[in-house]
Design a protein around this ligand. Sequence first.
Ligand SMILES: [Fe+2]
Length: 197
Amino acid sequence: MSVAPALEATYGEKIKARREHIKMDREAFAKALGMTADQVDSLEGGSADITLDQLTAIANTLGTSIAELTPDFVSDLDEGVCYQLPEDNPVIKGERAGTNYYTYNCLVRTRTMPKLVPLLLEVNVDDPEKAAFNAGHDAHEIIFCMEGDIHLKWGDSENPREVTLPQGSSFYIAPGVPHTLTTTKGSGPGKVISVNF
Ligand SMILES: [Fe+2]
């Protein structure tokens, strides 16, 4: 994995900018937080560690949210492009019902589009009777069937909708819809490309 670029600013800089934006002086800010002016200086100068509880109290004092006090990331794109070599693809085992159900090969991602999560998914179970449902997820999902005969089940796990989709098929799953993939019975493992967004 490549090294993550630094943040665009420090928390201290963001806090100071917000304090000045609302015209609160350093002494009033220190008093509201039960700190000394020197402690505020080191906080805003970026030399003090801040806990999440402290950041919450600071956000409340400054009438804003933690999100607004969090520095933006530097883009990880090089002239609009980022890439990932095969040896850098993180591989995650997706156990379900005690079996090695899926293997997730995580493809390139960019922090400029954090909801966009592409995967090469290995479907390891070749028996629709052994399908193990998820509970659905927040993301929209598009899947392309790359290898093998994929068997999709979705909806109510007790009374599911289901379809067999040969290589070259593709499908969309809406957020919150429980679903699961196997391959057809005895056909061996399959592979799909899954794009979550
Ligand atoms: Fe999914």
